[in-house]
Design a protein around this ligand. Structure first.
Ligand code: COA
Length: 272
């Protein structure tokens, strides 16, 4: 276990468990098992701070896996016990923190894989959708329950879900608030891979390891460029891609990549 990262040294996370099982990898575990890993205000703050931290300093991390503690839930959305009786003002203040968390995840330069190990309901499903892609345990279930609670998704759900599965399926999911299985989520394009429950984390970490072995600057630039694909027209998107590409040409990693190929060895990327 690697523990030299400052993100791991930051003591006092109440709601998260952070670990680096291998060099360059970080596992963030939502750690409120007794509440189905529901997101209270403190979890919102901690997630915001962890993800925002990577915007300015990657700390050598090249891929993040986000999962939930225990076997039953990834995250049951907002903590409805904490919210019980909450004033409108407190609700909005809490939601502003959740919004900062969503933005920090969406802007995280490092790839994030959500390893959905159980129920991903409401804000929990939205959190998974804010990752770059999702692996789900066979027994995992998904739902955007908000409309059944008299509210609507407010953590990116109405934007990220149609981008994953199309507008019509997203409308059905959000307007009915019905739960669905990992297999359905896979068939609808929401989940990249359905894993055996027991192998979810090893599968996610194996993929994270493949990402981490690639040129970190190349991965970051490619992630940023793909992000433009759903936000702009093709011509503008391609212009952005070329700008992102050109920045890589003069990097040491680009030169190492071509050298390693010709020397028939694995490249040793340093992220510069
Ligand atoms: N907020 C606070 N506590 C929650 C919670 C939430 N969103 N979701 C679950 N919990 C708590 C339960 O109250 C229970 O604790 P308790 O026994 O002390 O009351 C514990 O987590 C386990 O939940 P339980 O329902 O017994 O487990 P389950 O495995 O049968 O079902 C869920 C798990 C997540 C499917 C189910 O609890 C659920 O539907 N929760 C609500 C999810 C939701 O609609 N979230 C949207 C928020 S916008």
């Amino acid at each position: 276990m690697i523990d030299c990262l400052s993100v791991l040294k930051t003591s006092g996370y109440e709601t998260l468990r952070l670990a680096s099982p291998e060099e360059h990898l970080l596992v963030v575990t939502l750690n409120r098992e007794e509440r189905s890993n529901a997101m209270n205000t403190q979890m919102g703050r901690e997630l915001r701070d962890v993800f925002a931290g990577f915007y300015s300093d990657s700390q050598g991390i090249r891929c993040i896996v986000l999962t939930g503690a225990g076997k039953k839930a990834f995250c049951a959305g907002a903590d409805l016990k904490e919210r019980n009786g909450m004033s409108n003002e407190s609700w909005l203040a809490q939601h502003a923190i959740f919004e900062q968390h969503v933005r920090a995840m969406l802007e995280c330069p490092i790839p994030v894989i959500a390893a959905v190990n159980g129920a991903a309901f409401g804000g929990g499903m939205e959190m998974a959708l804010s990752a770059d892609f999702i692996y789900a345990a066979k027994s995992a279930r998904f739902a955007l329950t908000e409309t059944s609670l008299g509210i609507m998704p407010g953590a990116g759900g109405t934007q990220n879900l149609p981008r994953a599965c199309g507008v019509r399926r997203a409308k059905e999911i959000i307007l009915t608030a019905e739960a669905f299985t990992a297999q359905q989520a896979f068939e609808w394009g929401i989940v990249n891979r359905v894993c055996e429950d027991e192998s979810l984390m090893s599968d996610a970490l194996e993929t994270a390891g493949k990402i981490a072995a690639n040129g970190p600057l190349a991965v970051r630039q490619a992630k940023k460029s793909i992000g433009m694909a759903t936000q702009t027209d093709l011509g503008t998107g391609y212009t952005f891609e070329i700008e992102a590409y050109n920045l890589l040409v003069s990097t040491a990693d680009r030169m190492e990549g071509i050298r390693a190929f010709n020397e028939k060895r694995k490249p040793n990327f340093e992220g510069r």
